[in-house]
Design a protein around this ligand. Sequence first.
Ligand SMILES: *[C@@H]1O[C@H](CO)[C@@H](O)[C@H](O)[C@H]1NC(C)=O
Ligand SMILES: *[C@@H]1O[C@H](CO)[C@@H](O)[C@H](O)[C@H]1NC(C)=O
Ligand SMILES: *[C@@H]1O[C@H](CO)[C@@H](O)[C@H](O)[C@H]1NC(C)=O
Ligand SMILES: *[C@@H]1O[C@H](CO)[C@@H](O)[C@H](O)[C@H]1NC(C)=O
Ligand SMILES: *[C@@H]1O[C@H](CO)[C@@H](O)[C@H](O)[C@H]1NC(C)=O
Ligand SMILES: *[C@@H]1O[C@H](CO)[C@@H](O)[C@H](O)[C@H]1NC(C)=O
Ligand SMILES: *[C@@H]1O[C@H](CO)[C@@H](O)[C@H](O)[C@H]1NC(C)=O
Length: 511
Amino acid sequence: MVSLSLYHGSKTSLISHLLILLIIVTIVIEMCLYKKIFKNQRSNKIRDSFNNGGHKVPNMDQTQGPNVDGEGFVSGVYYSNWSPYKPRFHFPHDINLTQVSHVYYAFFRINPRTGGIESTDNWSDLEMNLYKPLAIKSSELIDGNSSNDIQKILPLGCIGELFYLKHSCSGKKFKVIMSIGGWSDSENFKVIIKNENLLQAFVDSSVETMFKLGFDGIDLDWEFPENNKSEPQGYLKLVRMLRSKLNSLESQIFGEGVEDHFQLSIAAPAFKDKLYYLPIPEIDQYIDYWNMMTYDYYGSWSETTGYHSNLFSETELSGNFAIHYMIDKFGINSRKLVLGMAAYGRSFHIKGSGFQPFTQNTILINQSFKGVGKLTKEVNKADGKEGIWPYKNLPKKGTIERYDPKYVSAYCFDEKNSIFISYDNTKSVKTKAEYVLHNKLGGGFWWESCGETYANESRSLIHAFNEGLRSNVSTKPSMFENERVVNFYLNKYGNNGFLTPYLKHMDSFKQ
Ligand SMILES: *[C@@H]1O[C@H](CO)[C@@H](O)[C@H](O)[C@H]1NC(C)=O
Ligand SMILES: *[C@@H]1O[C@H](CO)[C@@H](O)[C@H](O)[C@H]1NC(C)=O
Ligand SMILES: *[C@@H]1O[C@H](CO)[C@@H](O)[C@H](O)[C@H]1NC(C)=O
Ligand SMILES: *[C@@H]1O[C@H](CO)[C@@H](O)[C@H](O)[C@H]1NC(C)=O
Ligand SMILES: *[C@@H]1O[C@H](CO)[C@@H](O)[C@H](O)[C@H]1NC(C)=O
Ligand SMILES: *[C@@H]1O[C@H](CO)[C@@H](O)[C@H](O)[C@H]1NC(C)=O
Ligand SMILES: *[C@@H]1O[C@H](CO)[C@@H](O)[C@H](O)[C@H]1NC(C)=O
């Protein structure tokens, strides 16, 4: 039909039809190339096995950190810099940023030779241009006729995009925090704490990089310091030096009357075996938040099946145990404790039979298992690993989602293949929000943004959590909303600053 009408039309209309066709083909090719650039994604976070120890820690005096946020709860999410790659295609602008108080940008790593920190992926962090997908996905964020200007000054990479979004997202303010370390970088922490020069270089480079790239603070993720003479004390020293360096940056910017603080937080182990020997009260003096990693309680390393992000348990492997350990044993101010939640499930291939029919009373925890289940196409497509299921793909196809109110965990069970998957759903996170309110915690956070459902708000974990918090989510703005911070930046870096073109553009600071 199309070609017929083309032949019957005039010559000019043929040319214009061909031109339109050419434009469409160009756009399609460009989109395909764009996808191709996103290579395969890299390694992911896993966890080591737990041994049961059990040492008593004396009660300590309650301590206060420099910056307990009284302006609403933390609703934070980690964003990983391997998210843009296939099969994830998950970008900062995919997060519903109106719902979060903090984005933790994971990860920067330590260079063990110099002590300095560096990008783990320059292209993802600082080089790729996200203008097009940003404009397509969230055109409402780009003010109409200035979109061409935005294209010129949009800072590059995921870090640049997050900076842009936190200063242009209408309505809701949030902070972006640089996270250093992660599961695969624990060895380098061990190296730098042994050497005064490397340690100093680490501290200087961390604060310099944080500021230059427009972050509002630093999050340390050493998984985990060992129980020996040097590591717990080395961690304390590192944190103390880092806070002092941040303080001196603040005085440089503000002079006498420091108006605002760069945040310092720790992603902390949430089980006794890796906690009891750490100088928690001493470290607490220097940090704002403890991001308690209250998930991954059960997995491939475990002896039996179990819920992986349960709030309660008869054993010590639960969120509640970890939170109370911090409060009761170490005297930490509950407002500084942030409850970790998982935007993914962990699965087990349960041994034997006798689990059918699957009802509310079928006990699937404490069972022996033969592996964590094979990687299916379905999981792989949504970027799961063996045994790891992104929440957005749960419950598993053909299964029923259930909720265990005693442990506070959601789960589903594939009867045919004996696959048991435990995870957080909207019910469990609502209960967790009540727990946060009741125990006066700092809030909650998720590992990681990629697993969340953004398409359907009634399935959204972050949305359910915030509802549970009566929408009392912190609206503390970025440090870079402060004119003095921006002016200091522009004076320090001049035209060489990563953010200079954008900062110069930001309306409120136009000269
Ligand atoms: C919001 O939460 C903060 C704690 O982060 C609390 O101090 C404040 O009273 C709460 N506000 C309301 C309106 O509930
Ligand atoms: C983001 O969350 C807000 C608050 O729940 C909601 O009103 C809005 O529709 C969400 N935006 C998107 C794009 O889902
Ligand atoms: C990233 O860029 C910095 C500065 O340009 C460079 O020193 C570093 O080697 C790069 N890292 C990688 C992994 O390419
Ligand atoms: C378009 O640009 C003009 C002139 O710079 C400005 O006054 C107006 O507010 C802009 N409109 C939008 C929707 O951004
Ligand atoms: C502490 O333990 C780590 C890991 O086992 C080891 O690398 C380090 O050398 C130990 N340090 C001391 C002082 O024993
Ligand atoms: C699971 O095992 C623990 C002991 O390890 C026990 O206290 C608990 O009652 C068991 N839970 C169920 C549901 O069987
Ligand atoms: C959104 O989620 C709700 C609750 O799970 C479900 O009932 C509804 O069908 C979903 N809507 C869409 C469009 O998928």
